[in-house]
Ligand binder design. Structure first.
Ligand code: MHO
Length: 200
């Protein structure tokens, strides 16, 4: 899906997703880094509650938020990782269905999940980290571990670029535990950017 910042916001704001991490995967180079990625691809690891969203739901978002026929360098190429045979079958089925929508062949590869190397802390929840006072207000600033694991960080990383939308934000707000000033700060951003799509 190209640069992983966009999908981190997209999936992070999706109901049923509980945590996200961006990283490098799919290749063989040990311990890749952003500046030395080797044969890996920018990827996102998504933890989700299957009672709220299933693998098919995640696949739908995957297909609808990038051009799977675009040929890109390995860093940005279109990949789906599966964790078991069921996911593999669902991914392959969805690819076949989506091909009908495109004139050019879909280049997406469907491959088994392999070692996922977390990206550097500054890439995690990148859009949220662009709001340092907000991160400070919610106690995340400088805490790399929490920025990766936190449900709130995943959500806000989406909301600050309008993902999820204002209706979902208002509905979820009481359970997010934000104070009024912080809620208002985020609300303004959701309203400002809702519908702008996935920007990277
Ligand atoms: N558009 C971004 C891509 C960064 S991404 C993590 C840039 O030009 O740096 O690959």
């Amino acid at each position: 899906m190209a640069c992983f910042w966009g999908p981190d916001s997209l999936f992070g704001a999706t109901l049923g997703v509980v945590a996200t991490r961006v990283g490098y995967s799919g290749g063989k180079k040990p311990n890749p880094s952003y500046r030395d990625l080797g044969d890996h691809t920018e990827a996102i690891a998504i933890e989700y509650d299957p009672n709220v969203i299933n693998y098919n739901g995640l696949l739908e978002l995957f297909w609808s938020h990038h051009d799977p026929t675009a040929k890109c360098k390995r860093q940005y190429t279109s990949l789906i990782f599966y964790h078991d045979d069921e996911q593999k079958a669902l991914a392959e089925k969805s690819l076949k269905e989506k091909q009908g929508k495109y004139k050019n062949p879909i280049v997406t590869e469907i491959i088994p999940a392999s070692t996922f190397y977390d990206a550097e802390d500054y890439h995690q929840k990148y859009r949220l980290q662009g709001h340092s006072s907000l991160c400070k207000d919610i106690g995340l600033e400088g805490n790399g571990r929490l920025i990766k694991e936190s449900f709130l960080a995943a959500r806000l990383n989406g909301y600050v670029v309008g993902m999820g939308g204002i209706a979902q934000f208002e509905k979820e707000l009481p359970s997010l535990g934000l104070d009024e000033k912080t809620a208002d700060y985020v609300r303004r951003l959701v309203v400002k950017y809702e519908g702008h799509g996935m920007t990277c």
